[in-house]
Design a protein around this ligand. Structure first.
Ligand SMILES: Cc1cc2nc3c(=O)[nH]c(=O)nc-3n(C[C@H](O)[C@H](O)[C@H](O)COP(=O)(O)O)c2cc1C
Length: 202
């Protein structure tokens, strides 16, 4: 099978890319509006992009009506975020926070997700997240430049909270204890329970 992407619409391109570029880690992102309303939403277009400065990236698509999602609006207003990773036990709660709630309604409150205060940024953390990165907004790149339908957000990590319960020997993260989920195509998800090791050559 061959797919000529020039002949595919956006929805089909998304379907094929999202079903093949898998499993994608999920950034569970807390932000806060200028008037102090917390927001929480998942994003699987998510990666590390740099270690000096330590920088993470998420890509936020437009809403179906072409407007900007609350996460992006809040980032423009406050320039701060917390990126949590999602454990298998949190999968349902994470999914619930992807509902398109009206601006002004906090997913934390709506979905009954407990908060913990952050230290360096205003948005709260997900209290039971094993990993939370407190970040400052580094930059927002509209893409594609001529008619943006996504905004790529670069976030510099200021501080990480890592639950010691997921450490193997006090220094190394044990992926089995972390037990994260990744996004597959459609409604599919994977866990990090199936693991193996490879040594790099040389
Ligand atoms: C697992 C998962 C991954 C998602 N990944 C993305 C993504 O990478 N980019 C995006 O724009 N929306 C993504 N979404 C949809 C957003 O979470 C959804 O549009 C949400 O309502 C945005 O919330 P906000 O308006 O509060 O920012 C994802 C949803 C789920 C359930």
């Amino acid at each position: 099978m061959r797919l000529d992407f020039a002949a595919l619409g956006g929805a089909e391109a998304y379907r094929w890319m999202a079903a093949t570029v898998t499993p994608r880690p999920i950034a569970w992102v807390s932000t806060c509006s200028a008037d102090g309303i917390d927001n929480l939403a998942p994003f699987s277009f998510f990666q590390i992009v740099c270690d000096e400065p330590p920088t993470l990236m998420i890509s936020i698509g437009n809403r179906p009506d072409g407007g900007e999602k609350d996460t992006l609006r809040n980032l423009r207003e406050r320039g701060e975020l917390v990126i949590q990773l999602v454990s298998a036990a949190q999968a349902d709660a994470m999914n619930a926070t992807s509902a398109p709630l009206p601006r002004g309604v906090s997913e934390f409150a709506h979905c009954g997700i407990e908060t913990a205060p952050s230290e360096r940024v205003a948005p709260p953390r997900v209290a039971d997240a094993a990993v939370a990165f407190e970040c400052r907004l580094a930059s927002i790149l509209p893409y594609p430049a001529e008619a943006p339908n996504h905004h790529i957000v670069f976030a510099e990590v200021l501080l990480a909270h890592i639950d010691e319960a997921v450490l193997a020997d006090g220094r190394h993260v044990d992926p089995a204890k972390l037990d994260l989920v990744g996004r597959l195509g459609g409604a599919g998800y994977a866990t990090t329970r199936d693991m193996f090791q490879l040594r790099r050559p040389g």
